[in-house]
Design a protein around this ligand. Structure first.
Ligand code: ATP
Length: 365
C-alpha cells in the first residue's frame, strides 16, 4: 500500500517499482527491478559502471520509457506519465547552471518557468537558499562560486520546486575528495530535515554506506541485495556483494569444502555445518583478522607490503600471487618479505559457493 507522510514541504511520497524491465533492442539492460521505497526514505542504488543504475533512475524520472513493469509515486501509477507531471526533481553530476544568471535567478528559474508570481518566487528562493546556506551569495554568478557552492545551487534549484521525490545521479562525483565528504554530510542533513523521498545513484560504496537508509546493490541489470548499510556489509547474500562492499575489500581464498572443512593447498579451516562444496570461497574482512607469528594463525603467508595510512597500518600478504590485507593498529610494525600468520575468529569467516555465488551459511550479525 503506497504511503504518504507529512514533511516540511507538504507530503513525502512512497515509490513502488514493480518488475520494471528495460530492453535496448535485444539487450536486456534492467531485469525485474522491484523496490518499495518508503515515504521520506533515502535509498541508494549502488553498482559498478554499466550495471544499469542510471537507466533505472532515468526510467523513474520518465526520461526513458519502461519496457514492462509498473511505477507508482504515492498512489498514482506514473508508468506512462510524462516527466513534468511526476512531481520529481533531478540533480545530476554536472550542475548545469546558467552562467549569466545569478545564484538567485538560477535557483528561481523552475518557478519562473511555472509562472509563479514574483513575490512568491523571491520568498521561495530565499527559503531554498537558506536551506543550502547560500543566502549570502544570492547576487553572485556561478563563476564566482566554488564547486561545492555550485552543486548547492543545483540542489536549491531542485528544493525550490518542493517536489515529492528527489532523484540524484552521482551528484558529488565532480568534487574533490574533501569537498565530497563535506557535501555528503550536508546532503544527508538536508535530506533528513526536508524529509523528501530520495533515490541516489552512485558507484562509490562509501557514499552509499554513509548516505543511505537502505542500499540496493546491482550487477548486470539485476538487484543483488537490498538492506541497511550494516546489513549489506555484515550480512552479504553472495560473493559479489561481499566483494563490492568494503575498502580494502574482503579477502578471498578459493578451495573446496569437504566434511566440514575448507581445504586449500595452504590451509585447512573449520567449516563445520557447511555443506560439501566443490568450488568454495573463504572470505574475511581486513578489520576482522590479525597478524600473528608464523604457525600461530589460520594461514601463513609472506608480507608483501606494509602501508601506514595515519590511523592504521595495512599489511598486505602474498598468497600464491593473490593478496590478503590485514588492518592493524597504527603503531604495528613488521618487516616485508618475512613469513607471518593471519588469525581470525570463526564467526568472522564467510563461505561462498564460488561457482554460483551465494553464501553457504546464515546470518552472522
Ligand atoms: P555508469 O556508472 O557507467 O553510468 P550505469 O550503471 O549507470 O553505469 P547505465 O548507464 O544504466 O549503467 O547502462 C546500463 C547498460 O545499458 C550498459 O550496458 C549500457 O551500455 C546500456 N545502455 C544504456 N543506455 C543505452 C542506450 N540508449 N542504448 C543501448 N544501450 C544502452
Amino acid at each position: 500500500m503506497a504511503e504518504e507522510t507529512e514533511n516540511r514541504n507538504g507530503s513525502a511520497k512512497s515509490i513502488s517499482i514493480r518488475s520494471m524491465n528495460k530492453y535496448y533492442g535485444s539487450f536486456h539492460a534492467l531485469k525485474d527491478f522491484s523496490i518499495e521505497v518508503e515515504a521520506g526514505e533515502f535509498l541508494v542504488i549502488l553498482g559498478p559502471s554499466g550495471c544499469g543504475k542510471s537507466t533505472a533512475l532515468r526510467m523513474i524520472a520518465g526520461l526513458e520509457s519502461i519496457s514492462s513493469g509498473e511505477l507508482l509515486i504515492g498512489d498514482t501509477n506514473v508508468t506512462e506519465v510524462l516527466p513534468k507531471y511526476r512531481d520529481i526533481a533531478m540533480v545530476f553530476q554536472s550542475y548545469a547552471l546558467y552562467p549569466h544568471k545569478t545564484v538567485a535567478e538560477n535557483i528561481g528559474f523552475p518557478l519562473k518557468m511555472a509562472k509563479v508570481p514574483t513575490n512568491e518566487r523571491h520568498a521561495a528562493v530565499q527559503v531554498a537558499a537558506e536551506q543550502v546556506e547560500l543566502h549570502n551569495h544570492l547576487d553572485r554568478f556561478p563563476s564566482q562560486l566554488s564547486g561545492g557552492q555550485r552543486q548547492r545551487v543545483a540542489l536549491a534549484r531542485a528544493i525550490v520546486r518542493r517536489p515529492s521525490v528527489f532523484l540524484m545521479d552521482e551528484p558529488l562525483s565532480n568534487l574533490d575528495a574533501k569537498l565530497r565528504g563535506n557535501m555528503r554530510a550536508e546532503l544527508k542533513h538536508m535530506q533528513s530535515e526536508l524529509g523528501i523521498t530520495t533515490i541516489y545513484v552512485t558507484h562509490d560504496q562509501i557514499e552509499a554506506m554513509t548516505l543511505a537508509n537502505r542500499v540496493a546493490i546491482m550487477k548486470d541489470g539485476v538487484i543483488q541485495q537490498i538492506g541497511t548499510p550494516k546489513e549489506v556489509y555484515s550480512d552479504p547474500v553472495n560473493l559479489f556483494v561481499a566483494g563490492f562492499m568494503g575498502l580494502p575489500p574482503m579477502n578471498f581464498i578459493n578451495g573446496t569444502i569437504t566434511a566440514g572443512k575448507f581445504l586449500t593447498s595452504d590451509a585447512e579451516i573449520d567449516a563445520s555445518g557447511i555443506p560439501d562444496t566443490k568450488q568454495a570461497t573463504f572470505g574475511f574482512r581486513p578489520e576482522d583478522c590479525k597478524v600473528v607469528a608464523a604457525g600461530k594463525g589460520l594461514i601463513d603467508a609472506n608480507v608483501y607490503t606494509v602501508e601506514m595510512t595515519g590511523d592504521q597500518v595495512l599489511v598486505t600478504f602474498d598468497l600464491r600471487g593473490g593478496h590478503l590485507v590485514v588492518k592493524m593498529p597504527k603503531d604495528f610494525e613488521i618487516a616485508t618479505g618475512i613469513s607471518a600468520g593471519i588469525t581470525l575468529d570463526k564467526n568472522q569467516a564467510y563461505f561462498f559457493d564460488s561457482e554460483h555465488g551465494p553464501r553457504l551459511h546464515a546470518n552472522q550479525i
